[in-house]
Design a protein around this ligand. Structure first.
Ligand SMILES: C[S@@+](CC[C@H](N)C(=O)[O-])C[C@H]1O[C@@H](n2cnc3c(N)ncnc32)[C@H](O)[C@@H]1O
Length: 172
């Protein structure tokens, strides 16, 4: 409950960055885990980890967590002391990538200026072979990473039991 209240508080303060009123459901977390397991093994970076709703399903894969909000980071550090956690904007972390990675994206992209910086970085990492795959969920109907030149783009899963219902897209 504490996590849900904190999440709602953050949403009310910054709706564009937080994107929903409640953390992702266990069903969405499981769908993301299942999608990752179908992909090649890679070092995983989860950007926009929030209160850890997705992290709890993928923590066994040892993702690096990146979260811009300080309070969310403190919570993540308490709950996932074995994981590396960075309190920064994801863009700064993506610029440092120098090994092959898989990316789990929770940052809302609809009407978010973050997208303008995010797309060129993804294209650059993918063209250099450093970005192996990307898993993202979206509440909208359209392809959220249409402008990235991935070879394969697939709406892999639809999770009705989430507020709001979400589509899981997988790119490689
Ligand atoms: C839709 S919430 C998802 C939280 C959690 N992964 C979940 O599924 O419940 C988006 C998260 O992205 C974080 N975020 C937004 N912009 C960010 C950025 N530029 N860099 C890192 N994290 C960011 C927000 O603080 C928030 O925790």
């Amino acid at each position: 409950m504490r996590k849900k209240i904190l999440f709602l508080k953050k949403y009310l303060k910054n709706p564009q960055s937080v994107g929903s009123v409640i953390p992702s459901s266990v069903f969405l977390g499981q769908a993301i885990y299942n999608s990752i397991k179908e992909l090649d093994q890679a070092s995983i970076i989860e950007i926009g980890a929030g209160t850890g709703a997705i992290t709890q399903h993928i923590s066994s894969l040892n993702p690096l967590l990146v979260e811009i909000d300080k309070e969310f980071c403190t919570l993540l550090k308490q709950n996932y002391p074995h994981l590396d956690i960075v309190n920064s904007c994801a863009i700064e972390q993506l610029k440092k990538i120098d090994e092959k990675v898989g990316l789990v994206v929770s940052i809302p992209l609809i009407n978010n200026p973050f997208k303008e910086l995010f797309i060129p970085i993804l294209n650059d990492l993918y063209s250099r072979g450093l970005l192996r795959w990307c898993v993202i969920f979206t509440y909208g109907l359209s392809n959220p990473l249409e402008q990235v030149n991935f070879e394969t783009k697939e709406r892999k899963r639809f999770v009705l039991k989430n507020i709001p219902p979400a589509h899981v897209w997988v790119y490689s």
